[in-house]
Design a protein around this ligand. Structure first.
Ligand code: C2E
Ligand code: CA
Ligand code: CA
Ligand code: CA
Length: 278
């Protein structure tokens, strides 16, 4: 028995070591991956539930590496944050999104696209200047851009977070609170946060049809958000019946596999044209 546990200890050590090597490797290739096309963006529609039109999209990072294959954003975003690469990654994402917005506008497709913002971005005062200079460089309407910021990022330094959010708001970029319901027990921060959108976390929406409590949480969140003058986005809309319920709750936008998964820009464009003409 002692031997067995000694063996499994060795295995465990080897497993840890392999994982460590993998992480080091991933951290080492961030920069080239942004440049060589193995890192790219997909876009997932946010559908306006009143008009039935797709008016917004969320940009989601993807990474298909030559050697490692598909690396999930859950894995590499965390590594980017830990290794200090996230600032460069976010800058790259914003510039890619701005270029895409301009391409779409030239084709008559006018969309607001949201970008996920990490804690290092929000709390870095240099980030504001980079955002402003990107807006100037491409002279796009800042209303086409929005930032998704999670509750936990806001709570890491509420004062500085709110200060930064106000600066983005003044620039004309709208702010969404992401993963709402997962982060924080007190809601008092809501009145200080200059957000125009509240995104209800998919964990409350996915199992909606079978879960009375989830439905209550969502219904209450919609009322709460509206009382603060915010629009509500439900993520994780996977079924028709979920969509119908969300409409009866007065939810403003829906995002999820029921409409489509995130798509490459060209596929997104085709999807959107078809969806909006129905
Ligand atoms: P998130 O911001 O909460 O993004 C929503 C996630 O839910 C996405 O996962 C999306 O593909 C997934 N999703 C959308 N609809 C459905 C649905 O109907 N059912 C289910 N089960 N899932 C759905 P994804 O793309 O794997 O991204 C995971 C997380 O990685 C994101 O969560 C976000 O926190 C992070 N992430 C992705 N791209 C970026 C980025 O450019 N920057 C930063 N900082 N984080 C990013
Ligand atoms: Ca998000
Ligand atoms: Ca989310
Ligand atoms: Ca999330």
């Amino acid at each position: 028995k002692a031997k067995r546990s000694a063996d499994s200890f060795v295995l465990y050590q080897q497993g840890q070591d392999e994982n460590y090597q993998r992480q080091l490797h991933i951290i080492g290739i961030f920069e080239e991956s942004m440049a060589d096309g193995s890192m790219y963006l997909e876009y997932q529609p946010k559908v306006n539930l009143n008009s039935g039109q797709c008016t917004e999209a969320e940009a989601l990072l993807r990474w298909q590496d030559k050697e490692l294959g598909f690396i999930s954003p859950e894995e590499f975003i965390q590594l980017a944050e830990l290794s200090g690469n996230i600032r460069a990654v976010t800058n790259w994402v914003i510039e890619e999104v701005i270029k895409q917005i301009i391409l779409w506008q030239a084709k008559g497709l006018s969309l607001r696209v949201s970008v996920n913002i990490s804690v290092d971005d929000l709390l870095d005062k240099g980030f504001r200047f980079i955002v402003r200079s990107l807006l100037e460089k491409y002279s796009i309407n800042p209303r086409c851009l929005s930032f998704e910021i999670t509750e936990s990022v806001i709570m890491s330094d509420p004062e500085l977070a709110v200060e930064s959010m106000n600066i983005f708001k003044d620039l004309g970029i709208s702010i969404a609170i992401d993963d709402f319901g997962t982060g924080y027990s007190s809601l008092s921060y809501l009145k200080k946060v200059p957000a125009s959108e509240l995104k209800i976390d998919k964990s409350f929406v996915i199992d909606f049809d079978n879960n009375e409590e989830d439905r209550m949480i969502v219904e209450t969140s919609v009322e709460l958000a509206h009382s603060f003058g915010m629009k509500v986005v439900a993520e994780g809309v996977e079924t028709e019946s979920c969509l119908q319920q969300l409409k009866t709750f007065g939810c403003d936008l829906g995002q999820g596999y029921f409409f489509t998964r995130a798509l490459r820009a060209n596929d997104f464009e085709a999807w959107c044209e078809k969806f909006n003409s129905n």
